[in-house]
Design a protein around this ligand. Structure first.
Ligand code: ZN
Length: 275
């Protein structure tokens, strides 16, 4: 079977993969350094593992049509032409480019929890929060791409006086519920907060309020929630709080973890070029 390449380009780590699917794939992960250093490692990986084409699921915001990262707070990567750089470093003619979360959604649609589900949302809750969507079997794009982490949600300052940690919006969803926000609010990284710490119930409340907006806007048949912060957040509590907030008005979709786990993004990047 032909081998394809996938890159999950994250702000913290890059994950490269070569193969044809979850059961036939070689994966290498390394930290995101400067564009020059990072793309050199990408090139090295794909010169060792020949592939027919490469899909990139990239942190954003990105300009999909121009193959660039745009206004990221990571200064080294602002306006970086990712597609051209990967094409040149890897010596591959065909490169596809989408958001990291759209790629992860496609991975779950192709091999994971969303097989046969034509309309769903994939959310990742990690250092930041991002969302991708499949709508009637197509990844959702638009003027640029959805930025689901930056929606506004109700913020009860009496129970959560934290002002929010988004550099652009303060208390948007990402500003209240990302891993970065957890660390700023509690002074500890999420992985150091015990089960039962009040952080997790508050986290579930904020995420449920976000999910309710996506349910009401996109009518997803399923919401998949992954990312490092979901290791500590009880997904059943997010679902219960979302259902309570909807107050019987709509049928609740299933809220589930990604079946491909942390491989959803890089496998989905392969799926971007496999069709
Ligand atoms: Zn924001």
């Amino acid at each position: 079977m032909a081998s394809f390449g996938g890159i999950e380009a994250g702000g913290t780590n890059f994950v490269c993969a070569a193969g044809s699917g979850p059961d036939d794939v070689v994966v290498e992960e390394f930290p995101t350094l400067t564009p020059g250093e990072t793309i050199a490692r990408v090139g090295k990986f794909f010169r060792q593992h020949a592939v027919a084409a490469i899909g990139i699921g990239c942190f954003g915001p990105i300009d999909i049509a121009r193959g660039r990262i745009t206004t990221t707070p990571k200064l080294d990567w602002q306006q970086f032409g990712m597609v051209d750089a990967v094409r040149e470093a890897a010596g591959v003619a065909r490169v596809a480019f989408d958001t990291d979360v759209n790629a992860a959604a496609l991975g779950e649609y192709t091999w994971g929890a969303a097989r046969g589900v034509d309309t769903f949302v994939y959310l990742t809750v990690g250092t930041g929060i991002g969302g991708g969507a499949m709508v009637n079997g197509n990844l959702l794009h638009g003027l640029s791409h959805p930025e689901m982490g930056h929606i506004r949600i109700p913020h009860d300052l009496a129970t959560d006086p934290f002002p929010g940690a988004c550099y652009a919006h303060g208390d948007c969803l990402e500003g209240l519920a990302s891993g970065f926000a957890i660390e700023k609010r509690w002074g500890l990284r999420g992985e150091l907060l015990q089960e039962g710490h009040p952080a997790w119930a508050l986290e579930a409340t904020h995420l449920a309020n976000g999910v309710v907006n996506f349910i009401c806007t996109l009518s997803p048949r399923m919401v998949i929630m992954g990312g490092s912060v979901m290791r500590g957040t009880p997904i059943g509590l997010v679902s219960a709080k979302a259902e309570a907030a909807l107050n019987g008005y709509l049928v609740m979709p299933d809220i589930v973890p990604p079946a491909l786990g942390e491989r959803a993004g890089v496998l989905g990047a392969i799926a971007l070029v496999q069709a």
